[in-house]
Design a binder for this molecule. Structure first.
Ligand SMILES: [Zn+2]
Ligand SMILES: [Zn+2]
Length: 261
C-alpha cells in the first residue's frame, strides 16, 4: 500500500505534516490554527473529517497551536508525551489522549511510529520515524544538533524531513535580540544550514530518495542558501549520491507536493 506525505506548512508560523497510507491519514503536529489546517487539507484534496489521528512532537506553539481545537472538532485521538501535554496546558478529552514515550514504538492506524529523543529546549522533545510495508520516512524538526541517535534513526529511510533553520551569518547580524540568538544557536536550539550540510556530507547513509529541508527561518535564512549548502555537501561527497537523493524545500505558506513511496 505504501506511504505518502505532504507538508501542509513548515516554519516558525506553524508546522504540520500529513502522513497517509490507504485510509489512514495522520497529522504530525498541528502548528497552524485548526481552521487554517482544515483549509489546507481541503486545498490538498482531503476532507478534514478523514483525519484519523494527531501525533505531537513537542509543546511549542508552532507545533501545537491547532491540536486541541482540531482534535475536539474531529473527535480524533492525540498521541502526545506526558511532558508535552503538561507543558502545553492543552485541554484534551482524556478518552482521546494516547500516552507516548520516546524510544517506545506505537501503532497509529496501522502505521508504526518510532519516537526518539532530540536535543531541544522543550520538556520532552521527540522526532519520529514512520514505517509501513517496508517504507520508512522520518520527520525531524526542532533540534539543536544531530545526535548519534538521530543518525541511527535516519538510516535506511526513504525520505527525510529535516530542519534547516538558519544561516549562521544571517542569524548573527539579523534582527533577533541577543538572548534569542543564543537560544537558537545553542545545542538545544535549531539546526543551521551548516550543521545539515555536515550531516549530509559525512553521516547521511545516502539511502533517501528525498531530503526535504524544513522549518526555515523567515528572518535568518533564505531558501537558496539552505538548498545550496545541502546540495554542495551531497555533491562533494559523491556525484552518485547527489544524483539519487533529491533535495526539496518546505514552505511556510504553501502545501508541498505529495511524496509517495
Ligand atoms: Zn520547538
Ligand atoms: Zn518549531
Amino acid at each position: 500500500m505504501g506511504l505518502s506525505f505532504t507538508l501542509l506548512g513548515s516554519g516558525s508560523s506553524g508546522n504540520s505534516t500529513l502522513v497517509s497510507s490507504g485510509d489512514a491519514h495522520i497529522l504530525v503536529d498541528v502548528g497552524l490554527s485548526g481552521r487554517e489546517t482544515a483549509r489546507r487539507l481541503r486545498e490538498y484534496g482531503l476532507s478534514p473529517e478523514r483525519i484519523s489521528a494527531i501525533v505531537v512532537s513537542h509543546e511549542h506553539g508552532d507545533h501545537c497551536r491547532g491540536v486541541a481545537p482540531l482534535a475536539k472538532h474531529l473527535g480524533v485521538p492525540v498521541f502526545i508525551t506526558d511532558g508535552a501535554l503538561q507543558a502545553s496546558e492543552m485541554r484534551l478529552d482524556p478518552r482521546k489522549r494516547q500516552r507516548i514515550e520516546s524510544g517506545v514504538p506505537f501503532d497509529v492506524s496501522g502505521l508504526l511510529f518510532t519516537p526518539f529523543a532530540v536535543p531541544h529546549d522543550s520538556v520532552d522533545p521527540i522526532a519520529f520515524r514512520i514505517e509501513k510495508d517496508g517504507v520508512k520516512i522520518a520527520v525531524v524538526l526542532d533540534l539543536g544538533y544531530i545526535t548519534n541517535l538521530v543518525v541511527e534513526r535516519l538510516k535506511g529511510c526513504d525520505a527525510i524531513v529535516l530542519e534547516s533553520n538558519h544561516d549562521i551569518n544571517m542569524l548573527r547580524v539579523g534582527p533577533y535580540p541577543w538572548a534569542l540568538k543564543q537560544r537558537v544557536m545553542s545545542r538545544r536550539g535549531h539546526l543551521s544550514n551548516d550543521v545539515v550540510a555536515e550531516y549530509l556530507g559525512t553521516r547521511f547513509d545516502g539511502k533517501a530518495r528525498h531530503v526535504i529541508l524544513a522549518h526555515l527561518s523567515e528572518k535568518n535564512n533564505l531558501p537558496e542558501l539552505a538548498l545550496l549548502s545541502a546540495r554542495k555537501a551531497l555533491e562533494q561527497r559523491s556525484r552518485l549520491l547527489a544524483n539519487q537523493t533529491k533535495l526539496a524545500l518546505a514552505s511556510a505558506n504553501q502545501i508541498s507536493t505529495a511524496y509517495c513511496y
